[in-house]
Design a protein around this ligand. Structure first.
Ligand code: HEM
Length: 421
């Protein structure tokens, strides 16, 4: 019989659960301090209020600043490179699509199908099941469905998944483009993905199928495609591929860590099970099927997700560059300097959270209006993550069905690492 493990085998990364001691204790060094990294002047902020000003002034005083390899892989026409009104327009299009009710309804159906398939495979497997690898597969195939409408298990899905694995290696690497280097191979993989997506765009345009506006590719064709301008097709390809980068690893990481925490804290597991079993009972008694919004109504489950987001810090800081001298709370950020707004530090700061290293979902009880400066797992301001509703819906659906349908198998969970002291 299979055992379930939360984390990873030798082919995937471990969950990003670590204690950023230095950053969490950085107030000892001052909450905003100056340093140099590779000779470049950098200001690191671990102050919630300073971070908030930085986030809210993106594009006016501060512009996003990323390593060269990220810019190469994401592309010069990436949303990260966009500024001003154009960025606002594109961010609005992405955000509207990812939050739309028809999309979330489809996500709930598709996820349920993918999870049922996974459960039946796990039940009959004798191997150890790695939750992170399994959720990676489920959510990446789902993401491809959302972006392009490709079916899980189809040739296109397998091709794009394989090439994406090569592409993602180029995100953090030595930025040298030369045959054989990681970045070169990554960009070649991106080219092969773009060729396939270009064909899909052509088919959609010729058949008019994009007019149904079902998938992200459809929305982008409708907004940007111009048959006389090849650059518009390239732009669409790039936007689709770049969406796979923030959309891929982040959601499975939170699913994995939520499950790991539930295994470590039996009282929390009991409480979340009761809440989810109650919803399942209600649905069965009324003979109703689930709506995507049902999952978000589970308040304790949302507390567990928020607490996991607080501690996991998938995006542990964002980087900006000052376009002019800016003074925040008496700290001068000179023009041309980079500033790293550290979310991890704020999330683990005792001034903001009591016993910050304790996994305690009940700290979110009755926190309807979550503090916008001390809780920023999805960033904020104009660059607030456009995928945050989708992410929360996917995580909530996963937790509900994992806990309720796969309940008898919870005892087969084998944790690594076990609870840290
Ligand atoms: C738990 C899951 C996720 C977390 C924690 C997360 C976190 C973040 C954060 C912190 C930012 C802001 C970066 C900055 O200010 O520079 C961001 C931006 C972004 N995220 Fe997410 N994200 C998640 C899931 C997703 C998903 C599922 C998608 C899409 C399918 C997505 C798409 C994006 C995009 C396109 C941006 C860039 C927005 C812009 O610059 O205007 N994210 N995300």
């Amino acid at each position: 019989m299979a055992t379930l493990a939360p984390s990873y085998d030798s082919t995937s990364r471990p969950p990003s659960f670590y204690r950023p001691w230095f950053l969490a204790n950085s107030s000892r060094f001052g909450k905003v301090f100056r340093t140099h990294i590779l000779g470049k002047p950098i200001i690191i902020s671990t102050d919630a209020e300073v971070n908030k000003v930085v986030l809210q002034n993106a594009d006016r005083a501060f512009v996003p600043s990323y390593p060269k390899s990220v810019i190469e892989v994401m592309g010069r026409t990436s949303i990260l490179q966009m500024r001003g009104d154009y960025h606002k327009r594109v961010h609005g299009i992405v955000s509207k699509f990812l939050k739309s009710t028809p999309l979330l309804e489809r996500v709930q159906d598709d996820m349920l199908k993918a999870m049922n398939l996974a459960f039946s495979t796990w039940k009959h497997s004798n191997k150890k099941i790695y939750i992170q690898d399994e959720t990676n597969k489920i959510t990446f195939e789902l993401l491809l469905q959302i972006l392009l409408g490709t079916d899980p298990g189809s040739q296109e899905t397998d091709f794009l998944t394989k090439e994406f694995m090569e592409l993602i290696k180029g995100i953090i690497c030595i930025p040298v483009i030369f045959p054989g280097t990681t970045l070169y191979k990554s960009l070649k993989a991106k080219e092969r993905m773009a060729n396939l997506i270009t064909e899909m765009i052509r088919d959609k345009v010729e058949s008019g199928a994009y007019k149904a506006l079902q998938y992200f590719i459809d929305v982008l064709i409708d907004e940007f495609y111009d048959a006389k301008d090849q650059a518009t097709s390239d732009l669409i390809c790039n936007m689709i591929i770049e969406m796979m980068i923030p959309g891929s690893d982040s959601v499975p990481m939170i699913m994995t860590l939520a499950i790991k925490h539930l295994g470590d804290y039996p009282d929390t597991l009991k409480q979340i099970l009761e809440e989810n079993m109650e919803l399942k009972r209600r649905k069965e008694e009324a003979g109703e099927s689930y709506e995507w919004s049902d999952y978000l109504s589970l308040s304790f489950t949302q507390n567990v997700i928020n607490e996991t987001l607080r501690m996991a810090n998938i995006v542990n800081s964002v980087w900006r560059k000052a376009e002019k001298d800016v003074e925040i709370k008496g700290h001068l950020i000179p023009e041309g300097w980079s500033i790293a707004a550290s979310f991890s530090s704020v999330h683990f700061d005792e001034e903001n959270y009591e016993n910050p290293f304790e996994f305690s979902p009940s700290r979110w009880d009755n926190k309807g209006g979550i503090n916008q400066s001390t809780f920023t797992p999805f960033g904020g301001g104009q660059r607030l993550c456009p995928g945050y509703v989708l992410a929360k819906v996917e995580i909530s659906i996963f937790l509900h069905h994992f806990l309720t349908s796969f309940r008898d198998n919870l005892k087969r969970l084998s944790w690594w690492p076990s609870k840290r002291n």
